[in-house]
Design a protein around this ligand. Structure first.
Ligand code: SF4
Length: 386
């Protein structure tokens, strides 16, 4: 009988991509970064909102202090979006569990392999809209990188459906405040969850490491994993060779794209480590008569908040918010996502998308939208020719 495998749901996306990653002893995930602290504070605030059935956010400064958040405006931004999504979807739910630990054993019928699965879904709830209600797993993903959490949510669903056997279907809802998006899955039946478990057991029979940007970026073994390091070494040489070709082989470059992301991430990590060390050392010699040191630069953007109004009236020689607005008219820009949020909040249910679209179309026709273009490399499924 194979030894049981312990996996937490948060590791499932990585395990599905690189099955042996569960074997490698990990380094605990660093939660000291600013985005991580903002995420913890926003989650703690939302826990209070759900527990106390609040229709407003609690005092976020208190949560900022508790979680060491310095950029309070970022916490306001993230928590506001979490609250907006919860107001939109939470009102149709009856909450059954908040950040509870769920644990269970999954057993493979053919091999006897046992997986000891555990996880803390943010919210488990019951849908209120139907005679045959579905169970709902609701999670806030407050980071920038955790873009694919499908398998984590499926792990939560399997565990929660065991706790409440009366439900036949489960729906997964992921709020992504940083992307102003909510992802809602189709409904999964118990059969669909069983098929997902079979796929998980099948993947775990694969023994070869599969380094890729998606698999390695969150893997706790990433600092010490030889498979990943070997991939980055060979990718670095390959990229240098490709960049020196006069006309590069486009398909070869496309095949290297994922590896290029891994090299890029390794360089980012190198910069971060080096800057931290340089900060501590003050300066360091390069050995050729020069030295490196850190210099901070800051840019300031005055806020048009209520407290600033008297100062702006006096400094600009105007009186009243309307005159100030007219004076600043050609200098003000509204971030598209903020304007969309405001229109959305003032729209009737079901009209939000159409109102936002209509507003932007009309502004574009008037030449009142400034467009800047960037070119990003994106991925999508290949279209097959018949
Ligand atoms: S670092 Fe990458 S290759 Fe290594 S175990 Fe983790 S996911 Fe697999």
């Amino acid at each position: 009988m194979p030894d049981p495998i312990k996996i937490s749901c948060s590791r499932l996306p990585g395990v599905m991509l690189c099955p042996p990653s569960h074997l490698v002893a990990g380094i605990p995930i660093d939660s000291s970064g600013e985005a991580s602290q903002v995420g913890s504070a926003a989650h703690a605030a939302m826990r209070v909102v759900v527990e106390d059935s609040l229709d407003h956010l609690p005092d976020l400064y208190e949560f900022a202090n508790l979680h060491g958040v310095e950029d309070v405006s970022d916490l306001f931004f993230v928590a506001y979006r979490c609250m907006k999504d919860w107001k939109e979807y939470g009102e149709d739910l009856r909450v059954l569990a908040i950040e509870e630990l769920f644990e269970g054993e999954l057993v493979c019928a053919s091999t006897g392999q046992i997986i000891k699965l555990s996880g803390h879904p943010d919210i488990v709830a019951e849908e209120l809209l139907d005679d045959d209600p579905a169970l709902v797993i609701f999670d806030w993903k407050t980071g920038y990188l955790d873009t694919d959490c499908f398998h984590q949510m499926m792990g939560y669903a399997v565990l929660a459906m065991r706790r409440w056997p009366q439900y036949n279907r489960v729906i997964l809802i992921v709020s992504r405040p940083r992307f102003n998006r909510v992802d809602i899955s189709v409904e999964f039946s118990r059969d669909a969850l069983d098929r997902w478990q079979e796929e998980l057991f099948l993947r775990l029979t694969r023994e070869s490491f599969c380094p890729s940007d998606d698999a390695c970026k969150y893997c706790p073994a990433a600092m010490s994993c030889e498979a990943k390091h070997a991939t980055i070494r060979s990718a670095s040489l390959d990229l240098v060779e490709q960049s020196e070709m006069e006309i590069s082989d486009l398909e070869r470059m496309a095949r290297s794209y994922d590896k290029r992301k891994m090299v890029g991430r390794a360089l980012e990590q190198w910069d971060k480590t080096f800057k931290e060390a340089l900060q501590a050392a003050g300066s360091v010699s390069t050995g050729d008569g020069t030295e490196l040191y850190l210099e901070s630069s800051e840019s300031e953007s005055p806020m048009l908040c209520e407290a600033a109004l008297p100062v702006l009236y006096e400094s600009l020689g105007v009186e009243g918010a309307e005159n100030l607005f007219l004076l600043l008219l050609d200098h003000l820009k509204i971030p598209k996502k903020d304007l969309s949020d405001i229109i959305g909040a003032r729209s009737a249910r079901g009209e939000k998308g159409a109102n936002i679209k209509a507003c932007f179309e009309r502004l574009s026709e008037l030449g009142a939208v400034r467009t800047s273009r960037r070119r990003l490399i994106k991925t999508r499924k290949e279209t097959q020719d018949d």
